[in-house]
Design a binder for this molecule. Sequence first.
Ligand SMILES: Nc1ncnc2c1ncn2[C@@H]1O[C@H](COP(=O)(O)OP(=O)(O)OP(=O)(O)O)[C@@H](O)[C@H]1O
Length: 343
Amino acid sequence: MNVGRPKDQELPFFGISTIKAATNDFAKANKLGEGGFGPVYKGKLLPQGQEIAVKRLSKISRQGLNEFKNEISVICRLQHRNLVRLLGCCIEAEESILIYEYMPNKSLDSFIFDSTKRVLLDWRKRMNIIEGIAQGLLYLHKYSRLRIIHRDMKTSNILLDCDMNPKISDFGMARIFGDNDTRGQTNRVVGTFGYMSPEYAVDGRFSEKSDVFSFGVMLFEIISGKKNIAFFEADHSLNLLGIAWNLWKEGKSMELMDSTLSSSCSSTEVTRCIQMGLLCVQEKAMDRPTMSDVVSMLSNKTMALPLPKEPAFFSRSSDAESSSSRKRCHSGNDITISDVDGR
Ligand SMILES: Nc1ncnc2c1ncn2[C@@H]1O[C@H](COP(=O)(O)OP(=O)(O)OP(=O)(O)O)[C@@H](O)[C@H]1O
């Protein structure tokens, strides 16, 4: 499958022999994992030994091919300390490969949802991660050369460098907007159930505010160490958003917090963060803050926060699964289905 060379000549090309030498011919021992796109390998570029992550487009993935092209056209024009860096690509014979800087600590979900690794992320580190993700998203929405909506923000798409700084990855679903466009619509909903805003999951409408919604869900996951989807209270059928909402209304927000954080956090900061999360997951996109607002709220700790309205999808009966069953929706619980619209 040959995708042709990308137009942007700034992106370096690697020969397949270089990639094979770096990964020991895609040795199993070097495999880091596998996503919707295909397998990912750790590699070392010779002779200097620079560590890389190699994403190899699986031969059977037609959807992956669209993602591959999209990822290249988006990410090679971006540069920010909170976005993963694409070092180059390899398009040769049957191979379509992306080469990234290697992130030794893998993804955020591998820490916060792991009973032993979660203790390594104290409150300071989690706040640093939250602030970094917010800065990365603000750059995408406002300060980069392009105006970009990521459309698949989730904790498994946040990679961590050796100092636990977050880097947003996976731009296969991202959409580029012109200066005057702020919204898009598709009848092919892509993304991950649990992180999708209601207007996107139900009607396919997306905007910067859909990324803001996903950011809000991530806030609750980072604070609580629990997944939104897998976390329904047996009796009340509430998901993480519903539990956060009820606890906040009752003035008991601290009960949402991951118990391993209790010695390292300030209750004022945690409560404030939960209120911020609730502002991001409000039902109506226009009620949600922009990422500029979020960054201001994070940096100005004394700034009064607005009162949030009830979140979208907070109980089983109001969740995306039931509403989207009436519409075309290509998402499953934990998987992202890479069904990308042509642009
Ligand atoms: N630059 C990188 N450095 C280190 N590990 C990486 C890097 N990029 C991806 N990985 C790891 O490779 C694995 C697969 O990642 P990939 O982004 O392809 O899929 P995913 O995000 O897990 O799933 P999906 O494709 O459904 O979003 C994950 O375990 C991820 O942490």
